[in-house]
Design a protein around this ligand. Structure first.
Ligand code: SAH
Length: 213
């Protein structure tokens, strides 16, 4: 499947919708307008790719709603060359948005099937994360820490300490915390020991799971 003018037109509409919902960061909007989301969805669902909705991908997981992707990305304040860790690679869509913004991305997925699929797929369409790892997001990625930003794209029952510990001073952790409904939470590391915490509204994610499968 290709990316066409028609897809670009649909993406421009999507960007408008997201902007109207309150996303202001031009770099985020440009990234959303550049990533061909329809290529991240199984062919039967392509017609839905540019609606502002979450959608099923493989292994009972979902590709996040574009507004949610934009909201989390805006909170991260990504700059070119930032080192970003993503927990929950899934379809790779959020990864692609971060790469569009010039970030160096490390991403962890715990479902083998999805991991394999996305690891092959992203480079095929020109997106090259620094690392795509099959592993446990609760542990973060100590060998590449510290990070400018960490983004968790599954609902976390609690805030894993290793993720806070792997932030640079000034770094940001964006994590939806909660069981059935999650509160989008932003932590900013202000010193070795101190973190600022902000709560930014309710969202619904698939749960962050404990064991690899
Ligand atoms: N960022 C993805 C969203 C996928 S949904 C996208 O843009 O498509 C959340 C993903 O988190 C799922 O793929 C799920 O398998 C993964 N996940 C759940 N628990 C995890 C864990 N402990 N470590 C890493 N990934 C996890």
């Amino acid at each position: 499947m290709k990316d066409t003018h028609k897809h670009q037109g649909l993406r421009n509409q999507l960007v408008k919708t997201i902007e109207e919902k309150g996303i202001l960061d031009k770099n985020v909007l440009t990234a959303i307008s550049n990533v061909p989301r329809h290529l991240f969805m199984d062919s039967g669902f392509v017609d839905f790719a540019y609606q502002d909705k979450a959608f099923p991908i493989a292994a009972d997981q979902t590709i996040s709603q574009p507004y949610t992707v934009a909201f989390q990305t805006e909170l991260l304040q990504v700059k070119s060359n930032h080192e970003i860790l993503e927990i929950g690679t899934g379809s790779g869509y959020q990864t692609a948005v971060l790469l569009e913004m010039g970030a160096k991305v490390y991403t962890i997925e715990r479902q083998k099937e999805l991991f394999k699929k996305t690891k092959l797929f992203l480079p095929k369409i020109g997106y090259n994360p620094k690392k795509i790892i099959f592993g446990d997001g609760y542990k973060g990625l100590p060998e590449n820490a510290p990070f400018d930003g960490i983004i968790v794209t599954a609902g976390a029952p609690f805030v894993p300490n290793p993720l806070l510990a792997q932030l640079k001073i000034g770094g940001r952790l964006v994590i939806p915390v909660g069981d059935d409904v999650q509160t989008m939470t932003l932590f900013i590391r202000t010193s070795e020991k101190d973190f600022e915490k902000h709560e930014l509204g309710k969202f619904r994610f698939v749960p962050m799971l404990k064991k690899r499968s």
